[in-house]
Each structure stands twice: as C-alpha cells, then as structure tokens.
Design a protein around this ligand. Sequence first.
Ligand code: GDP
Ligand code: CO
Length: 402
Amino acid sequence: MRIELPKNVERFGAICFGGLQKVFELDSGIENGSITKNKHIIERIPYHDLCNIYKEMAIIIPVRNERLRLLDGVLCGIPHHCLPIIVSNSPLEPNNRFAMEEDALGDFCTFTNRNALIAHQKDPRLAKAFAEIGYTEILDGNGNVRDGKAEGMLIGTILARLAGKKYIGFVDADNYFPGSVEEYIREYASGFTIGSSPYTMVRIAWHSKPKIIKSKLFFKKWGRTSSYTNKMLNKLIGHYTGFETEIVKTGNAGEHAMTMDLAMVLDYSSGYSIEPYHIVNLLEKFGGILESPLSEVMKRKVEVFQIGSRNPHLHEVGNEDHIDRMLYLATQVVYHSPICPEALKDELKREMVSRKLVKSNEDMAKPSYFPVLSSIDYDSFMKSIRSTPYAKMIHKLLSGKI
Ligand code: GDP
Ligand code: CO
C-alpha cells in the first residue's frame, strides 16, 4: 500500500484528527531494503507490515438477513491472516437463515484452511453471560440481547478481545464487491502501521457509490446521510475551535477499525447511530472540553485516520425510511451530547421538524448507550459462554491447538 500521510491534522485535546488520505498504490510490493525510517509525505507500507497487523486483527461482520452470496463474497475479501467474526441477527425460523450462514462459513473455512467465529445475537447463552456480569444495558425487557447493528458489533468486539486480538475492523455483510472489502482491510492495517498511538481509529471514506441515472452509471461521491452527518459533526467541532472546518468526512463510516485499547475505552450508542457517536464520544472524552475520565489516554494521544478508498462501494440500497431513520439517529446522539451547544441543538431540532422526523412540540428522543467495554469481567463472561462453539474455538485458538 502506498498512501499519503494526512496533509492537515486538527488537534482537539488529545485527539489528532487527520484529513482525508489518498491511496496511490494498493500493492506497493514486498520490503526491498530501500525504505528509510523517516516519514515521507507519501508512505510505502510493504506487504510484510500489513501482514503482521492482519495476524493480530479480527474482522467483525454484523449480519441480518443478507443474501448468502454477498456474505460469501465478503468472506472471500478478508485477508488470510485475519480472524473473521460473524455476529448474526438473522431469523432462525421459519427458515433457519443462521444455519445457512454457519454452513457457508464452515465451507469457507474448510476450503481456505482458516478459522473463524460465528455467533447468533439472540443466543440465550450470550444473554445469560451479559446478565451475569451485570452488562444489562444490552438486554431487552425479556432478557434477550436487543436487536441492532451496534449490539452485534459489541458482541463481536467482546469475542475479539477474548480471542486476544489487538485490532478490530468492521465490514458490512451486504457489500457486492469482495475487492473493496479487501481494500478496506488493507487500509485499516495501513492506518495502524502509520499510527503511533495505542489509541487509533481508522475510518474509510468511500470512493463513490455507483448509481444508475438515466440508464448510465453515475459515481456519486457523497450520499445524503453522509453529507448531513459530516456537516453536523463539523459544526460541533467548529463551535469549540472557533474555526469553520470540513475535517470530518467519515461521520457514518460503517467501515472502520480500532485498536482494542481504544475500543475498550469508548462508550457506544445503539443501532445505526454507533458510527457518528464514535466521533461525538471521542470529543466528549478526549477533546479537552469536559474533564476526561481517562487521564492515561489524555497523556498519550488518540489518532483518527480517514482514508479514501479506491473501489466504489456498492451495497444493498436502503429505502427512504431507512435513510430518514439513519439521519434521525445520527442527529439524536449529537443533540443529546453534553457538549452540544444550544444554538446547534436548536438548528438540529428545526432540521428534524422540517424533515417531519419530529413534531415541533415533541422532544428529541434519547438514544440508548452502552457502558465502556473495559468494565466487563472477561473471565466470568468466558466462563458463562464456555459451552458455545465460539468459546470452544477461542479456547483452541488461544491454546495454539489450531
Ligand atoms: P447501511 O449500509 O448503513 O444502510 O446499513 P445496513 O442495513 O446495510 O446494515 C449494515 C450491516 O449491519 C449489514 O451487514 C447488516 O446486515 C447488519 N445489521 C443490520 N441490523 C443488524 C442487527 O440487528 N444485528 C446484526 N448483527 N447485524 C445487523
Ligand atoms: Co448496507
């Protein structure tokens, strides 16, 4: 991978927020001794370095009722040395979609000689484990794990942590291009190679989304949700720095990765608002606006890289309702943040009213949040889930039996 280093970096408290980085070569070859250790404007990351990161990285795939062919393509794009972790919330009846996903993953692992984990979000053993360790925010009134993408991502993160992984990356299961999945993961690993902090996040800005307009392919750069979310987050930042900014380009980045150290200290919000909330929560915790609960992190720094991918992104198209819901959820987490200024709150409320997502006399509903994952007792959690196939696989991986 040959990639430019961020040209501009904006600093808020402990956060170094990097501008969009361009990729010049997807494959920059093997190490040939010509690399100097000095940082250049454009950095060459040899295959060997990427591979070292892959070996310590889990790729988490949240799935809910996606076409099996798409899931199969996504798996095929995951570099060999990464550990895939599927967390599924697909129906178990009348057709057991989850069993089909298990079979597809089983075949993939057999043919490629790999290991992977798969868990169902509604596995009662997971719900019981969460209840036992007191992480009840993830449970609904009936004691089951709630629906939602963020909930699936949290389970994936916990399994990756139990498997001893140092990095986690997320990819959606509804991606039509296996090549783009492979590219995102290369970019994750590149960010971790360039970054020097144990608290690093890499977010992908899609190259474009192909759409058919008047029977021609048109490569649209910014979707409706992403333009809106980015603008809102940039306004929030601009309020504190006093300078208008366009630094945030990846407010809705479903494709993102983190060091495990960072994943453990962030708070999360539920469902589809999790990605914009990453940025809000980073600002809340490490932006120097409120007192940070983690002086250890403040002494270091938190690095955020935003990398522009080269492959177009093609996934299942959501309907208008889905887009409206994403906009609303993203707005909710900014609106309810203790660092959201009154003027921005008013503006967001007006926007939601004009889009008919809230009535003018109604309050903006509060999102649900999940406490930091570092608060979990991992030994007890592992004990509670020990009878599951995924816990057995983790055990084998850790004991080096496979
Ligand atoms: P969009 O791409 O942001 O419009 O959102 P999608 O609807 O494509 O969802 C992103 C990913 O999350 C896809 O892989 C979905 O299958 C998956 N997903 C959606 N809802 C859930 C859920 O409740 N649980 C899990 N585990 N995954 C989900
Ligand atoms: Co999608």
